[in-house]
Write a protein that binds this ligand. Structure first.
Ligand code: ADE
Ligand code: ZN
Length: 326
Protein backbone atom coordinates (compact mmCIF):
# COMPACT_ATOMS: atom_id res chain seq x y z
CA UNK A 1 0.00 0.00 0.00
CA UNK A 2 1.18 3.53 -0.62
CA UNK A 3 3.02 5.60 1.98
CA UNK A 4 0.13 8.04 1.90
CA UNK A 5 -2.22 5.23 2.87
CA UNK A 6 0.08 4.08 5.63
CA UNK A 7 0.34 7.49 7.29
CA UNK A 8 -3.40 8.01 7.08
CA UNK A 9 -4.39 4.65 8.54
CA UNK A 10 -1.74 4.22 11.21
CA UNK A 11 -2.88 4.65 14.83
CA UNK A 12 -1.57 7.90 16.28
CA UNK A 13 -1.80 10.28 19.22
CA UNK A 14 -2.31 14.02 18.94
CA UNK A 15 -0.45 16.08 21.54
CA UNK A 16 -0.71 19.66 20.30
CA UNK A 17 -4.20 20.88 19.50
CA UNK A 18 -5.78 24.04 20.90
CA UNK A 19 -9.47 23.25 21.12
CA UNK A 20 -10.36 26.87 20.30
CA UNK A 21 -8.25 26.42 17.17
CA UNK A 22 -10.57 23.65 15.98
CA UNK A 23 -13.52 26.04 15.78
CA UNK A 24 -14.48 26.04 12.09
CA UNK A 25 -15.88 29.20 10.44
CA UNK A 26 -19.22 27.43 9.88
CA UNK A 27 -19.52 26.70 13.61
CA UNK A 28 -18.44 30.26 14.47
CA UNK A 29 -21.36 31.55 12.40
CA UNK A 30 -23.82 28.99 13.80
CA UNK A 31 -22.85 29.84 17.40
CA UNK A 32 -22.94 33.61 16.69
CA UNK A 33 -26.52 33.17 15.49
CA UNK A 34 -27.51 30.88 18.39
CA UNK A 35 -26.01 33.28 20.95
CA UNK A 36 -26.91 36.57 19.22
CA UNK A 37 -23.25 37.60 19.07
CA UNK A 38 -22.32 40.16 16.40
CA UNK A 39 -19.40 39.27 14.11
CA UNK A 40 -17.18 41.63 12.14
CA UNK A 41 -17.53 39.41 9.07
CA UNK A 42 -20.58 39.16 6.79
CA UNK A 43 -20.14 35.51 5.78
CA UNK A 44 -18.20 32.30 6.30
CA UNK A 45 -16.28 33.05 3.09
CA UNK A 46 -15.36 36.55 4.21
CA UNK A 47 -14.13 35.18 7.56
CA UNK A 48 -12.10 32.48 5.83
CA UNK A 49 -10.52 35.08 3.56
CA UNK A 50 -9.23 36.87 6.70
CA UNK A 51 -7.15 33.76 7.49
CA UNK A 52 -4.07 35.13 5.69
CA UNK A 53 -1.54 35.33 8.48
CA UNK A 54 1.85 37.03 8.44
CA UNK A 55 3.07 35.84 11.84
CA UNK A 56 1.87 34.38 15.15
CA UNK A 57 0.31 37.63 16.42
CA UNK A 58 -1.75 38.21 13.27
CA UNK A 59 -3.24 34.75 13.80
CA UNK A 60 -3.83 35.18 17.54
CA UNK A 61 -5.86 38.36 16.97
CA UNK A 62 -8.33 36.50 14.73
CA UNK A 63 -8.28 33.34 16.87
CA UNK A 64 -9.30 35.24 20.03
CA UNK A 65 -12.03 37.07 18.06
CA UNK A 66 -13.38 33.74 16.77
CA UNK A 67 -13.60 32.35 20.31
CA UNK A 68 -15.90 35.21 21.34
CA UNK A 69 -18.97 33.25 20.10
CA UNK A 70 -18.42 30.55 22.78
CA UNK A 71 -20.76 31.25 25.69
CA UNK A 72 -22.53 28.13 26.96
CA UNK A 73 -21.47 24.69 28.13
CA UNK A 74 -23.16 23.27 25.02
CA UNK A 75 -21.02 25.55 22.80
CA UNK A 76 -17.83 24.12 24.34
CA UNK A 77 -19.24 20.60 23.97
CA UNK A 78 -20.19 21.13 20.31
CA UNK A 79 -16.76 22.53 19.41
CA UNK A 80 -14.94 19.66 21.14
CA UNK A 81 -17.27 17.01 19.73
CA UNK A 82 -16.66 18.24 16.18
CA UNK A 83 -12.89 18.02 16.75
CA UNK A 84 -13.08 14.52 18.24
CA UNK A 85 -15.03 13.24 15.24
CA UNK A 86 -12.37 14.65 12.89
CA UNK A 87 -9.58 13.17 15.00
CA UNK A 88 -11.26 9.76 15.00
CA UNK A 89 -11.52 9.86 11.20
CA UNK A 90 -7.73 10.45 11.10
CA UNK A 91 -7.08 7.36 13.27
CA UNK A 92 -6.18 9.40 16.35
CA UNK A 93 -6.62 6.97 19.26
CA UNK A 94 -5.51 9.36 21.97
CA UNK A 95 -5.54 13.16 22.16
CA UNK A 96 -4.18 15.66 24.67
CA UNK A 97 -6.11 18.88 24.22
CA UNK A 98 -5.08 22.42 25.18
CA UNK A 99 -7.66 24.90 26.30
CA UNK A 100 -7.26 28.60 27.08
CA UNK A 101 -9.58 29.44 30.00
CA UNK A 102 -8.45 33.07 30.20
CA UNK A 103 -9.78 33.71 26.68
CA UNK A 104 -13.23 32.97 28.09
CA UNK A 105 -13.13 34.01 31.75
CA UNK A 106 -12.02 37.54 30.73
CA UNK A 107 -15.29 37.73 28.71
CA UNK A 108 -17.35 36.73 31.73
CA UNK A 109 -17.74 33.03 30.89
CA UNK A 110 -17.40 30.86 34.00
CA UNK A 111 -14.44 28.48 34.25
CA UNK A 112 -16.89 25.63 34.95
CA UNK A 113 -18.78 26.31 31.69
CA UNK A 114 -15.56 25.94 29.70
CA UNK A 115 -14.14 22.82 31.32
CA UNK A 116 -17.45 21.01 31.84
CA UNK A 117 -18.42 21.35 28.16
CA UNK A 118 -15.03 20.23 26.84
CA UNK A 119 -14.74 17.41 29.36
CA UNK A 120 -18.24 16.06 28.61
CA UNK A 121 -17.23 15.60 24.95
CA UNK A 122 -14.11 13.67 26.03
CA UNK A 123 -16.22 11.36 28.21
CA UNK A 124 -18.64 10.78 25.33
CA UNK A 125 -15.80 9.85 22.93
CA UNK A 126 -14.38 7.40 25.45
CA UNK A 127 -17.80 5.82 26.08
CA UNK A 128 -18.78 5.56 22.40
CA UNK A 129 -15.49 4.80 20.65
CA UNK A 130 -12.96 3.94 23.35
CA UNK A 131 -10.98 6.99 22.29
CA UNK A 132 -8.91 8.46 25.13
CA UNK A 133 -8.40 12.13 25.77
CA UNK A 134 -7.02 14.44 28.41
CA UNK A 135 -6.93 18.18 29.00
CA UNK A 136 -3.98 20.53 29.41
CA UNK A 137 -4.83 24.01 30.67
CA UNK A 138 -2.76 26.75 29.05
CA UNK A 139 -1.81 30.05 30.60
CA UNK A 140 -1.76 32.99 28.18
CA UNK A 141 1.80 34.28 28.32
CA UNK A 142 0.92 37.83 27.18
CA UNK A 143 -0.99 38.17 30.47
CA UNK A 144 0.68 38.44 33.89
CA UNK A 145 1.85 35.66 36.18
CA UNK A 146 -0.65 37.02 38.72
CA UNK A 147 -3.43 36.35 36.19
CA UNK A 148 -2.08 32.82 35.69
CA UNK A 149 -2.15 32.23 39.47
CA UNK A 150 -5.77 33.46 39.62
CA UNK A 151 -6.65 31.05 36.80
CA UNK A 152 -4.95 28.16 38.60
CA UNK A 153 -6.97 29.03 41.71
CA UNK A 154 -10.22 28.88 39.67
CA UNK A 155 -9.13 25.55 38.20
CA UNK A 156 -8.34 23.74 41.43
CA UNK A 157 -11.92 22.60 42.14
CA UNK A 158 -11.71 20.84 38.72
CA UNK A 159 -8.29 19.29 39.35
CA UNK A 160 -9.58 15.84 38.34
CA UNK A 161 -10.60 17.12 34.88
CA UNK A 162 -7.14 18.14 33.60
CA UNK A 163 -3.74 16.47 33.69
CA UNK A 164 -1.34 19.33 33.11
CA UNK A 165 -0.63 22.93 32.27
CA UNK A 166 0.96 24.63 29.28
CA UNK A 167 2.01 28.08 28.12
CA UNK A 168 0.79 29.63 24.86
CA UNK A 169 -0.04 32.90 23.04
CA UNK A 170 2.51 35.59 22.03
CA UNK A 171 5.96 34.06 22.51
CA UNK A 172 8.37 36.89 21.72
CA UNK A 173 8.90 39.18 24.71
CA UNK A 174 7.14 36.74 27.04
CA UNK A 175 9.89 34.29 28.05
CA UNK A 176 9.16 31.17 30.10
CA UNK A 177 10.80 32.59 33.24
CA UNK A 178 7.91 35.08 33.53
CA UNK A 179 5.90 32.07 34.79
CA UNK A 180 8.52 30.42 37.01
CA UNK A 181 6.52 30.57 40.24
CA UNK A 182 3.19 29.44 38.85
CA UNK A 183 4.82 26.46 37.12
CA UNK A 184 6.63 25.56 40.36
CA UNK A 185 3.26 25.50 42.11
CA UNK A 186 1.75 23.36 39.34
CA UNK A 187 4.62 20.90 39.71
CA UNK A 188 3.93 20.64 43.44
CA UNK A 189 0.31 19.88 42.57
CA UNK A 190 1.47 16.91 40.49
CA UNK A 191 0.43 18.41 37.16
CA UNK A 192 2.24 17.58 33.93
CA UNK A 193 4.14 20.58 32.54
CA UNK A 194 4.60 21.67 28.91
CA UNK A 195 5.27 25.00 27.20
CA UNK A 196 5.31 26.49 23.72
CA UNK A 197 8.93 27.48 23.02
CA UNK A 198 11.13 27.97 19.99
CA UNK A 199 8.21 28.52 17.59
CA UNK A 200 8.96 32.19 16.83
CA UNK A 201 11.06 32.68 19.93
CA UNK A 202 14.78 31.89 20.23
CA UNK A 203 16.35 28.58 21.33
CA UNK A 204 17.11 30.26 24.69
CA UNK A 205 13.37 30.06 25.46
CA UNK A 206 13.51 26.28 24.99
CA UNK A 207 16.37 26.15 27.49
CA UNK A 208 14.55 28.25 30.11
CA UNK A 209 11.34 26.26 29.60
CA UNK A 210 13.40 23.18 30.58
CA UNK A 211 15.60 24.72 33.27
CA UNK A 212 13.25 27.22 34.90
CA UNK A 213 9.78 25.77 34.24
CA UNK A 214 10.95 22.13 34.24
CA UNK A 215 8.62 21.15 31.41
CA UNK A 216 8.42 17.55 30.18
CA UNK A 217 7.70 18.40 26.51
CA UNK A 218 8.33 21.38 24.26
CA UNK A 219 5.51 22.55 22.01
CA UNK A 220 6.92 23.40 18.56
CA UNK A 221 10.62 23.73 19.48
CA UNK A 222 11.62 23.76 15.81
CA UNK A 223 14.21 26.49 16.37
CA UNK A 224 16.26 24.16 18.61
CA UNK A 225 18.46 23.23 15.63
CA UNK A 226 20.03 26.71 15.79
CA UNK A 227 21.80 25.51 18.97
CA UNK A 228 23.80 22.29 18.61
CA UNK A 229 24.31 21.78 22.36
CA UNK A 230 20.58 22.23 23.00
CA UNK A 231 19.73 19.79 20.22
CA UNK A 232 22.04 17.16 21.77
CA UNK A 233 20.46 17.73 25.17
CA UNK A 234 16.91 17.30 23.81
CA UNK A 235 17.96 14.05 22.12
CA UNK A 236 19.85 12.73 25.16
CA UNK A 237 17.00 13.50 27.57
CA UNK A 238 14.31 12.35 25.11
CA UNK A 239 12.38 15.62 25.50
CA UNK A 240 9.58 15.37 22.96
CA UNK A 241 8.83 18.18 20.50
CA UNK A 242 5.20 18.55 19.41
CA UNK A 243 5.80 19.86 15.90
CA UNK A 244 3.00 21.39 13.80
CA UNK A 245 4.09 21.63 10.14
CA UNK A 246 1.03 23.34 8.59
CA UNK A 247 1.01 25.83 11.48
CA UNK A 248 4.68 26.67 10.83
CA UNK A 249 3.82 27.20 7.15
CA UNK A 250 0.71 29.35 7.72
CA UNK A 251 2.39 31.48 10.42
CA UNK A 252 5.40 31.98 8.12
CA UNK A 253 7.91 30.28 10.42
CA UNK A 254 8.94 28.65 7.13
CA UNK A 255 8.32 29.84 3.54
CA UNK A 256 7.37 26.48 2.10
CA UNK A 257 6.68 23.05 3.54
CA UNK A 258 9.72 21.60 1.76
CA UNK A 259 11.82 23.92 3.98
CA UNK A 260 10.51 22.25 7.15
CA UNK A 261 13.21 20.79 9.43
CA UNK A 262 11.19 17.76 10.62
CA UNK A 263 13.52 15.27 8.93
CA UNK A 264 16.59 16.96 10.45
CA UNK A 265 14.90 16.78 13.86
CA UNK A 266 14.30 13.04 13.43
CA UNK A 267 17.80 12.49 12.08
CA UNK A 268 19.20 14.29 15.15
CA UNK A 269 17.49 11.62 17.26
CA UNK A 270 14.81 13.89 18.67
CA UNK A 271 11.41 12.59 19.78
CA UNK A 272 9.53 14.73 17.25
CA UNK A 273 5.80 14.31 16.64
CA UNK A 274 3.35 15.71 14.06
CA UNK A 275 0.30 17.64 15.29
CA UNK A 276 -2.32 20.07 13.98
CA UNK A 277 -2.12 23.05 16.45
CA UNK A 278 -5.13 25.06 15.20
CA UNK A 279 -6.58 22.96 12.38
CA UNK A 280 -9.58 25.20 11.57
CA UNK A 281 -7.19 28.10 10.92
CA UNK A 282 -4.20 26.38 9.33
CA UNK A 283 -5.92 24.28 6.69
CA UNK A 284 -5.70 20.82 8.11
CA UNK A 285 -6.25 18.21 10.78
CA UNK A 286 -3.81 15.41 11.67
CA UNK A 287 -3.81 13.50 8.41
CA UNK A 288 -3.58 16.69 6.35
CA UNK A 289 -0.45 17.52 8.34
CA UNK A 290 0.97 14.02 7.83
CA UNK A 291 0.12 13.72 4.13
CA UNK A 292 1.32 17.19 3.12
CA UNK A 293 4.53 16.87 5.15
CA UNK A 294 5.27 13.45 3.65
CA UNK A 295 4.67 14.89 0.17
CA UNK A 296 6.97 17.85 0.78
CA UNK A 297 9.89 16.04 2.43
CA UNK A 298 11.82 12.85 1.58
CA UNK A 299 10.26 10.95 4.48
CA UNK A 300 9.99 7.18 4.27
CA UNK A 301 7.99 4.39 5.78
CA UNK A 302 10.41 4.11 8.72
CA UNK A 303 9.78 7.79 9.51
CA UNK A 304 6.02 7.22 9.54
CA UNK A 305 6.49 4.39 12.02
CA UNK A 306 8.85 6.51 14.13
CA UNK A 307 6.40 9.44 14.21
CA UNK A 308 3.49 7.23 15.27
CA UNK A 309 5.63 5.59 17.93
CA UNK A 310 6.93 8.97 19.13
CA UNK A 311 3.37 10.26 19.52
CA UNK A 312 2.52 7.54 22.04
CA UNK A 313 5.96 7.63 23.71
CA UNK A 314 5.58 11.40 24.21
CA UNK A 315 2.03 11.15 25.54
CA UNK A 316 1.03 11.33 29.19
CA UNK A 317 -0.74 7.98 29.01
CA UNK A 318 0.02 5.74 31.98
CA UNK A 319 3.00 3.45 31.48
CA UNK A 320 1.03 0.22 30.95
CA UNK A 321 -1.36 1.74 28.36
CA UNK A 322 1.59 3.38 26.63
CA UNK A 323 3.41 0.06 26.49
CA UNK A 324 0.58 -1.45 24.44
CA UNK A 325 1.04 1.18 21.73
CA UNK A 326 4.86 1.05 21.56
N1 ADE B 1 -2.38 29.55 20.64
C1 ADE B 1 -2.98 28.82 19.70
N2 ADE B 1 -2.09 28.40 18.79
C2 ADE B 1 -0.89 28.87 19.19
C3 ADE B 1 0.42 28.79 18.68
N3 ADE B 1 0.72 28.13 17.56
N4 ADE B 1 1.42 29.43 19.34
C4 ADE B 1 1.15 30.11 20.45
N5 ADE B 1 -0.07 30.23 20.98
C5 ADE B 1 -1.08 29.61 20.35
ZN1 ZN C 1 0.12 25.66 19.77
Amino acid sequence: STLRNIVQKMPKAELHIHIEGSLEPELIFALAERNLVALNYASVDELRRAYAFTDLQSFLDIYYAGASVLLTEQDFFDMTWAYLQRAKADHVLHTEIFFDPQTHTTRGVAFSTVIDGIHRALREARARWGMSGALIMCFLRHLSEEDAFATLEQALPYRDKFIGVGLDSSERGNPPEKFARVFARCKELGLHLVAHAGEEGPPAYIETALDVLQVERIDHGVRCLEDAALTRRLARDKIPLTVCPLSNLKLRVIDKLSDHNLLQLLDAGLVATINSDDPAYFGGYMNDNFVQTFEALPLQRKHAQQLARNSFFASFLDASTKQKYL
